[in-house]
Each structure stands twice: as structure tokens, then as C-alpha cells.
Design a protein around this ligand. Structure first.
Ligand code: AMP
Ligand code: MG
Length: 393
């Protein structure tokens, strides 16, 4: 179970939310045996051996549209027109598709034996009372359709996790600033982190900038902790004397861990401020985005109680196209491009692996997960984690 309160939402508003209770089907679907296609319903025994050259003659006695049961009974030698989703009439046990029959008034010639295969048995899709969707499911399009099919117009879900993004650094200018001086740079982590949070269906409360000033940062964290379920900061978590996110959390908050054996992302910090979880990301732009993606989004999923595997369980095997360099004592998430060669995916490193150069992410299709101290050679099998849904063309 997650930590966020449940809310009840109409299906239309529940896309991307996580179920907080099991959804059981309210009725059998279909509610009775029905037809899987347009054609005629008749008795299997009447049409044995029917072919195009030797059609079997039946008597047409009416039709059964979707949504309304047929009043009468289909007797021996009789047939009724039936439409997809219409209930099988009493007496009939098979269906002949419309493409395999010819009707002339109430005379019907069927050119193939009726089949039971085209009758969908009651409860084939859902059985009343059976589990349709389990607690912890994040609702995508198919889940929402299934919830509706199970008779639920509203669902109980975890409220969207609220995220406040705080970019720290005296050198940072907002991306729209008209002038830039030496040593300054445009703030880029905020927009990237907001986008990742939204892709993960979180509610971004705000994204703000604060300088390297402990008092300003303290005020900013106070407000953030009051408004967010997860505060995401960037910068200020390294060893430097001006790395105030780390020093403030150490002195006045809680630090659960600082430093992770990963590259990029080594200085990552996780703790609490006034009780609210804080993920302290490194400032370097690639590290910031990748660590949020690898560690922050699973944290949001856990808050919501989503049943989801760790992203590291979702790797694929690929072949190193060139030699790749792992990191000493840390897992290296190397940015690679993927190309297809026959049945294999080949992973080539992008033009730079520098964690300060965002191009390494825009060029990448995937991250090669290189275990500590490994250095796979060209042709070796490696594990890659897809960073985008389809490789660059
Ligand atoms: P820090 O982790 O604060 O030492 O920052 C490491 C590097 O990342 C420095 O070069 C910063 O200028 C840069 N950086 C930090 N925060 C951001 C940001 N929000 N946008 C762009 N670059 C940043
Ligand atoms: Mg900084």
C-alpha cells in the first residue's frame, strides 16, 4: 500500500492514477452466450457438411439485433439473422458468418457448417465477482476500458503525488533571461525534472530557483515541505562548503543516505525536511535527470502504492558495438544509441558521456547498465535500459 490518501474519481479523470482497491466485475460479460460475428444462428446438427457447392437449405424465421433477446425458439432446419454481440436465441447452438450464406426471402443457403467457435460463452471476458483489476494497478487506456466493462464508472485511486522542484545555485539564470555573463548558466534541471514528474503522472506544485544561501534555502524548503509529498532539489549536495542542501539537511533535517554507488549521480542525497521526503539530486544536468528517473520516479510510484518492478528489472540484452568503460566501484549508466542488426540490438556509445553535457541524453536511446569495474568489449552482451520508447531513426 502507498502512503497517499485515496480519492474517488470518474474513469475519465483516472488515467495514470493507481488503484487503491481491487475492482471486481459487477456482472458476467457477456451476460449470456452471444455471437462473435454477423451471420445466422442455427443448430449445429443442421449444417454438418455444408459447402459452397453443396449448401444446406434452412428456413429464415427472423432476426436478433444486439441488445434485445429473441422471443422465439430456433427449431430444427431454422435460422435467424444475428449480429455481433447479440444473444444466441433459444434453440440455436452455432453461428454461420454472413460471408458464407445466401438469403432469398425466407430461404437461406448456408455454405459452411455452423460453428460453436463463433459463440462467445457467458462470462468469457469477465465473471461476476471475479477480480478485474488489482490494487496497485496504474490505470492505462486498456485498464480504464476494462474497469468500465466491469461496470465501474468511478474508481478509488491514490491522489496524485505532489512534487515541488527546487533548483539551487547562485550561477543559475532563468532560461528566458536576456543576458548571460561569465560563469552564469541557464537553469535547465527544473524544466527537465518537471517533465519527468509529469510523465510519471505526478502533480507538480511549482518549480523554483534559489541561490546558495542557507537562509533562503531554509525558507524555500519550509514552504516546499508544506506543499509537497516529495521535494526534489538539484545541486548543493556535493562536498563543497557551499553545498547547502546537504549541510542543512544534515544539521536541521534528516539524511537517510548520501552518496550512491552510481555514475552519474554519485552525490545523490535522500532525507526528510520537516517530515517530508527530500530527494537531493546532483546539479550536473545529466546526473540530475537520470537520478530522478532511476530513483525519484520509483519513489513516487511507491508513494502511490503502485505494484511495479524496479526499473532495473526492465533491462534488455544488447551487444556492445564498441568497447564500453565501466566505473570503479560504481554502476555506470552509460548513454548509448541502439541499432538493429538482424535479431540483435547493438548499443553504441553517444558522442560524450560527460554528466554536464545534456546532449548525451538527447542522443541516447538507452542506458547501458555497466556493473562496477566492468569493461565490456565490442560484441559482448550487455544490459540496456530503454530511455525512450523507440530508438532514434
Ligand atoms: P552542484 O551540484 O551544485 O555543484 O552543480 C554541479 C554543476 O551543475 C555546476 O556546473 C552547476 O552550474 C550545474 N548546475 C547545477 N544546477 C543546475 C541547473 N538547475 N541547471 C543547469 N545546471 C545546473
Ligand atoms: Mg551548486
Amino acid at each position: 500500500m502507498g502512503c497517499l490518501p485515496s480519492v474517488e474519481l470518474p474513469l475519465e479523470d483516472a488515467h495514470g492514477r493507481v488503484l487503491t482497491n481491487d475492482l471486481l466485475a459487477r456482472a458476467d460479460h457477456p451476460t449470456a452466450d452471444d455471437s462473435a460475428l454477423d451471420g445466422v444462428a442455427c443448430r449445429l446438427a443442421d449444417t454438418v457438411g455444408a459447402t459452397k457447392d453443396q449448401p444446406v437449405r434452412l428456413r429464415w424465421i427472423g432476426e436478433v439485433p444486439a441488445g434485445r433477446p429473441f422471443d422465439g425458439t430456433v427449431g430444427p432446419g431454422e435460422a435467424v439473422s444475428i449480429y455481433t454481440g447479440a444473444l444466441m436465441p433459444h434453440g440455436a447452438d452455432g453461428v454461420v458468418p454472413v460471408e458464407r450464406l445466401h438469403r432469398d426471402g425466407d430461404t437461406l443457403w448456408v455454405q459452411q457448417p455452423a460453428s460453436l467457435r463463433d459463440v462467445r460463452p457467458r462470462g468469457q471476458a469477465l465473471r461476476a465477482g471475479a477480480l478485474a483489476l488489482a490494487t496497485g494497478t496504474r490505470l492505462d487506456a486498456a485498464h480504464l476500458a476494462l474497469a468500465a466493462s466491469a461496470g465501474h464508472g468511478r474508481v478509488e485511486v491514490a491522489r496524485a503525488p505532489r512534487v515541488v522542484v527546487v533548483a539551487t545555485g547562485d550561477e543559475l539564470l532563468s532560461a528566458g533571461a536576456t543576458e548571460i555573463g561569465p560563469g552564469r548558466s541557464f537553469e535547465s534541471n527544473g524544466p527537465g525534472l518537471v517533465a519527468l514528474a509529469r510523465e510519471a503522472h505526478a502533480a507538480v506544485v511549482r518549480s523554483e530557483r534559489v541561490g546558495d544561501d542557507p537562509d533562503a534555502l531554509r525558507r524555500c524548503l519550509d514552504r516546499a515541505a508544506g506543499d509537497a509529498d516529495l521535494v526534489v532539489t538539484s545541486g548543493g549536495v556535493s562536498m563543497g562548503a557551499r553545498d547547502h542542501v546537504r549541510t542543512l539537511l544534515e544539521r536541521e533535517g534528516e539524511v537517510a543516505f548520501w552518496r550512491v554507488a552510481m555514475k552519474p549521480g554519485g552525490p545523490t542525497l535522500f532525507g526528510r525536511w520537516r517530515g517530508t521526503p527530500v530527494l537531493g539530486l546532483p546539479g550536473n544536468p545529466v546526473a540530475s535527470l537520470l537520478v530522478f528517473w532511476l530513483l525519484g520516479l520509483p519513489a513516487l510510484r511507491a508513494l502511490e502504492g503502485e505494484r511495479a518492478p524496479s526499473p532495473l528489472a526492465a533491462t534488455w540484452p544488447a551487444q556492445a558495438g564498441h568497447g564500453l568503460q565501466g566505473a570503479t566501484g560504481r554502476v555506470h549508466f552509460a548513454r548509448v544509441r541502439l541499432r538493429r542488426e538482424g535479431a540483435s540490438w547493438i548499443a553504441d556509445p553517444v558522442s560524450t558521456q560527460s554528466s554536464g553535457v545534456l546532449r548525451s541524453l538527447t542522443e541516447a536511446d538507452a542506458l547501458a547498465v555497466l556493473p562496477p569495474n566492468s569493461s565490456p568489449q565490442a560484441g559482448d552482451t550487455i544490459e540496456v535500459l530503454p530511455w525512450r520508447t523507440a530508438p532514434h531513426a
